[in-house]
Write a protein that binds this ligand. Sequence first.
Ligand code: ADP
Ligand code: MG
Ligand code: MG
Length: 908
Amino acid sequence: MKWVYRFGDGHAEGRADDSELLGGKGANLAEMCALGLPVPPGLTIITHACRHFHDNNRTLPDDLKDEVRNGIRHMEALTGRTFGDTVHPLLLSVRSGARASMPGMMDTVLNLGLNDLTVEALAGDSGDARFAWDSYRRFIQMYGDVVMGIDHEMFADILEDEKARLDIEQDTDLSVADLRDLVARYKALIEDELGQTFPQSPEVQLWGAIGAVFSSWKNARAITFRALHDIPDTWGTAVSVQAMVFGNLGNSSATGVAFTRNPSTGENALYGEFLVNAQGEDVVAGIRTPQSITEASRLESGSDRPSLEKLMPDVFVEFTTICARLERHYGDMQDIEFTIERSKLWMLQTRTARRTARAAMKAAVDMADEGLISRDDAVARIDPASIDQLLHPTIDPAARRDIIGAGLPASPGAATGAIVFTSEAAVAARKEGRDVILVRVETSPEDIHGMHAARGILTIRGGMTSHAAVVARGMGIPCVSGAGSLRVDQRAETLVARNITLNKGDIITIDGSSGHVLVGAIPMIQPELSGDFGCIMAWADAARRMSVRTNADTPADARAARSFGAEGIGLCRTEHMFFEGTRINVMREMILAENEAGRRAALDQLLPMQRSDFAELFTIMQGMPVTIRLLDPPLHEFLPKTEAEVRDVAANMGLDPVGLAQRIDALHEFNPMLGHRGCRLAISYPEIVEMQARAIFEAAVLAARQTGAPVLIEILVPLVSLRAELDYIKSQIDTVAKAVIGEAGIAIDYLVGTMIELPRAALRAHIIAQAADFFSFGTNDLTQTTFGISRDDAASFIATYQAKGIINRDPFISLDFDGVGELIQLGSERGRQTKPNLKLGICGEHAGDPTSIWFCEETGLDYVSCSPFRVPIARLAAAQAAIAQGRSQSPQHLPQALVSNNGVGVRQ
Ligand code: ADP
Ligand code: MG
Ligand code: MG
């Protein structure tokens, strides 16, 4: 095993794609070096050494020491300095770097190799004693903190103390004598704290720092970060050891950071800051106020201190040329760190810049227009999850804000409304057309209807994955969770902040993107769905193969989904139409009827209601397919539950409450989700299907007459496991269709298909396909029935499974490729054996999840159908999957398109 890769003087042993071995930082240092950019020479110890370290009781491989020593000799040859030398000492920086950028790991140690002798040598060599002692005190401070584990505050306190005593403000005002004093005090601190002296041997310092980097891979912060970002424990970190260059060598020296474009707006203008006579992270640490790199941004910020452009024009030109070159080379916006030592520019880091969703859109569109990347590349590099931010109203940045509290930014977007404290109140307000914010200590599944009715949700307890947060994100409703500085008094119905008490009905605004809670209605900016966003979406549409439909039960959902670019309805759950207003009573009459005649009487009343709902949906979706699922849930879901409710309903309907209670008892099921529901209802009560089919076809006739556009009906039969079930129901649908279409005298096309949501249906897909025009994979139920886990009860143990590493992801959120996925593949293959053109779609929650969409592309499904707010995400994710799997439909497609790994799922 080769443990060490060198770089320096225009040569490097690795490249940018070697980040698996060299870590992101090491790989990009190698790449910059190979490009001939001015990079101080160095070496990178590969990530395998980190694994070896942890697998072998924190020891390093034997041959590593020699390789590092040889690497340092090479650096010595290139710099003309010697590590530990007392005339021309070589100083080193020791830097950590995992494959993915990972805050939480060890900080960089700079100026390593200094001791009581080499500091004098550095002073003589550079002719600047102040610089040498400034470097030494920095080194002891950093090493003492990150390697020896002494809280950096203790060093900072001494520094502040010293500055106060000397009555100076800037670190740069410390004299050589002051710095010597500081060094002595730092050393004394270490002796006091640890009972050991600061290591004087450069060799010991170096191995101490390398060991500390590897150890930091397993520190608590790093472990938490990895868990949150799905970074495998096995990756390990690399260590780069690099010759120091000095930004603190007087006023012709400086250090800085820059972005090749503006990371918050995406504007194509270099954006960055620097500090004269400074080192390392002084710029970001906020020790002094940094200066602008460009003159343009200096003017914009109104600063009177010179820009780099003015101060060091030659270095500025060299730097901007390098920035442009790096951006071209990587084909993406870069985040760059640099140092200037006595007017000589050195490049210390480059990486793909983090950016806001808005900046990502703008930069991608601009780069494609500049010919830097293809349109497919532009589409591939937008993180689908991030565009959620762009789909919701946001608070006008110019607006006055009266912030009374803050929590977690749990679901993006801002919302204004009157405070309500119960879900019932939220539902009631919604019926009256009032906007409300549902305020709860925390939410539970019983609050779903209230959450759905609210404009926004505020909870006092709970994190980013609390019930409120997860459900709100799924619904596309803004949510602030865990606003712990606020208090809710449920009984008094008050929301108490530090200096204000709000009552039910008072208006508040929540900002789910920042976590702020504000008093009153705040001006909003509506989402901008054209511009760069529209452009990326158009390019995504050109690239993707699958179509994207929506799950919509109401006209409002359907309209929202169309505005987000849905190409039809993939699932309309008809039962939702029965919950509204007085309909529920008619529905109950139907369910409680003693016989078929009673049922038919109630169904006759439901018919016109369903017909007008369907007609509206067909009109909104004109020319696009609309998939309507027949009644699915167990009937008892429509019946009252508590005793009080039973009494109310009985009184309303003129029934005997005891008789009603008995009928409800009779409908009770032990496992309703596996009980009398789906097509099983249709077989017991064919008159329900008859009514629904009649409503659908009559609505189609109405809509077709009204709009003149064709109506594309797809009737979906739920919970089929036997072909005979489908046959029975399909023949009824056909009979009704024939009658209605015959009466109307116009042609209406329709398909009858089935949900594949039971393992038996997937297995018998070739037989079921004989009777079905299409399949829609209902992955919510298919996941429940494949695992034998009830989705409603899973919360109590799925988290434990994840914590114990039994599963990586919640299979109800991200499709289980291997198990449920295999059933989908099998169902698809077998179905298409019978009918090669069988239309295949997916309509579970997974249809809005990028990883699952990746799988759908791979399986060759025709469409995905997700909730309205996820439609843009699905359009983008479907395009990325097609691009990465070599199936882009875009005429602009270039074969060398960068492949995004956003969509790649974890298999197990
Ligand atoms: P991080 O991962 O926190 O960005 P880095 O390894 O990039 O850590 O180091 C932080 C800073 O330390 C750099 O931005 C740079 O200013 C300084 N630094 C790192 N290596 C050197 C070096 N060889 N010479 C001078 N400064 C360095
Ligand atoms: Mg850092
Ligand atoms: Mg850095």
